[in-house]
Write a protein of this length. Structure first.
Lengths: 121, 109
């Protein structure tokens, strides 16, 4: 069974750093792209970027380029999303999801439960 | 404001057929596949329609997707109370990013 297990909820202060995780299991982790999607409170879905754990090829949405870093450690089948300096506007739920097929023709067929990040002073 | 345009809300009564539209452009829907996601309250999104009109395993055939030019539609027939959710269309863009629609809240009256 394909599973994406995300790290738990975080409460941080503005300016702090954060790294959240998404552990894949039940499939060949290095053979599928993993995407990150943001959902701000009461709002819609936003594409942040995507990584191919097999070779760490990473692509960012222009809206998030330079704002976050996506990485992966294939030895422990885990993808990461990190911030160096959080802002209150980063408060959201962050989902990881697996792309079921090739880049540009795949859908997000399995999703993690989401990690809620709250940034408040 | 999303590049893919969806109505903010639709509603229907049990057993009815409803459709949700998604309008885009030549660089996204017009030249790439469309996907539909269902998000039940308090849960992660779920892939409902893959690559324009394919239903993943386990998705009832009450759900169907179609596309014409730069627009796409999700149809739900035999509406049920458990279909009450937010629905998002999505499409790859020629810039190699995924665009999401703003989402449509379906209310079953």
């Amino acid at each position: 069974e394909v599973q994406l297990v995300q790290s738990g909820a975080e409460v941080k202060k503005p300016g702090e750093s954060l790294k959240i995780s998404c552990k894949g299991s039940g499939y060949s982790f290095t053979s599928y792209w993993i995407a990150w999607v943001r959902q701000m409170p009461g709002k819609g879905l936003e594409w942040m970027g995507i990584i191919y754990p097999g070779d760490s090829d990473t692509r960012y949405s222009p809206s998030f380029q330079g704002q976050v870093t996506i990485s992966a450690d294939k030895s422990i089948t885990t993808a990461y999303l990190q911030w160096s300096s959080l802002e209150a506007s980063d408060t959201a739920t962050y989902y990881c999801a697996r792309l079921d097929y090739d880049f540009r023709s795949g859908g997000l067929d399995h999703w993690g439960p989401g990690t809620q990040v709250t940034v408040s002073s | 404001q999303s590049v893919l345009t969806q109505p903010p809300s639709v509603s229907g009564t049990p057993g009815q057929r409803v459709t949700i539209s998604c309008s885009g452009g030549s660089s996204n829907i017009g030249s790439n596949f469309v996907y539909w996601y269902q998000q039940l309250p308090g849960t992660a999104p779920k892939l409902l329609i893959n690559r324009d009109n394919q239903r993943p395993s386990g998705v009832p055939d009450r759900f169907s997707g179609s596309k014409s030019g730069t627009s796409a539609s999700l149809a739900i027939s035999g509406l049920r109370s458990e279909d009450e959710a937010d629905y998002y269309c999505a499409a790859w863009d020629d810039s190699l990013n995924v665009l999401f629609g703003g989402g449509t809240k379906l209310t079953v009256l």
